[in-house]
Write a protein that binds this ligand. Sequence first.
Ligand code: NAP
Length: 445
Amino acid sequence: MIKFEKLDYPTKGTKIEVKDGKLAIPNDPIIPFIEGDGIGPDIWRAAKMVLDAAVQKAYGGEKHFEWYEIFAGDKGAAKYDGRYMPQDTFDAIEHFIVAIKGPLTTPVGGGFRSLNVTLRQTLDLYACVRPVRYFEGVPSPVKHPEKLNVIIFRENTEDVYAGIEFRQGTEVCEALIKHLNENVMPAVPETANKHIREDSGIGIKPISITASNNIQRKALNWAIAHQLPSVTFMHKGNIMKYTEGAFKDWGYEFVVREFRDYVITEDELWDQAKAEDGVTPIHKEGAFAHLRGGKPAGDPNGRIIVKDRIADSIFQQVLLRPDEYSVIITPNLNGDYISDACAAQVGGLGMAPGANMGDFVGLFEATHGTAPKYTGQDKVNPGSLILSGQMMLEYLGWGEAAALITKGIQETISQKRVTYDLHRQMEGAVKLKCSEYAAAIVENM
Ligand code: NAP
């Protein structure tokens, strides 16, 4: 049995296991949780209430969670002599496989890397998965928020987030610039005439075949399991050819190689249509409506359409033609931007769930921060953490409980009983505290 430095091994519940390449889920899984800083305790209490109630209602006592507290952030530092992210926390998540967390403060100032980034990289949680969907009645800045229903698969471990940066003026940075200017760039035709200014800081953007294929595999498996009509590589390959452009090229090669029976590329579809009747898809009725801004009809043979879009254009696309996108696969930085933009379109970060996933480990988390000014006020919207918990239920295969949560949230919003953030944008709404909102969701399940 694993030995922790300061955690006692749980005395109740059963550990989730990986058996024959699949998760084996007991009826009483031990689920580690990190409460989080700032508003974390408020939203965690609310989320726990909703998750426990959904499982109880769906399975009548046959299944239940054994919650197991682990520590990070301020609580981590208090228990582990100033260590915000103790080794016990990494070990417990890896050992118990599925965990959930509230937001963590990133201490400002020298020496600290984001605790979230550290968690993702140390546990190789290479996929940041962010579904974005609309709940009827939530105030939104667009006319048809219901048309957006996407899931974003963001690569989580490399790109400019790899944390390989050199500060301007340091010896190492100056030496690196000199080496690049004098030895590396002149030797490569594309960079032979370029020059890096001596007073620059330098960041490195590594994008590997391994990490690209990992996120692409995860997304394709999801699209197949959920019978989604398309996947889209989002990239800035027209400018960054050997990183983002390569991400897209490797993606096409990979999905055609590993998922041939399930996919057709947009180009293949186009060629096929032209060969069949000389009519390009853009002029064709019916099956190709998705290419013309209609409802995503998918491939006439039911295959997943694989396409790519340049990063800047996709920000327009999700606003102008949201229903043409269902799975977006993207390198790290693009994914950060597009996830928040999409979340805003359906009503903001208070409602946006997320998960960080490896091959099996799933760490489900609120996507917003610690909103420190609301600490301890029982005020904020617990929706993001509740919906992350709902994703967790789906991951465990407890779909009945997950569906109850969707119902509970939808009913509660339809009744205009909401927390302050939605209340200030909705006419005639009743303002509830964080805990009251959770109780209303339970009541409406
Ligand atoms: P933030 O905590 O997300 O809060 C920014 C604003 O978003 C809040 O003032 C509030 O808006 C709104 N908001 C956030 N969560 C909400 C909720 N549950 N319900 C309703 N409204 C909510 O961002 P921040 O102030 O930039 O960051 C604070 C700390 O959180 C930083 O230390 C940062 O590093 C950390 N952080 C952690 C994570 C994470 O753990 N995953 C993510 C992001 C940031 P109004 O003021 O308009 O009411």
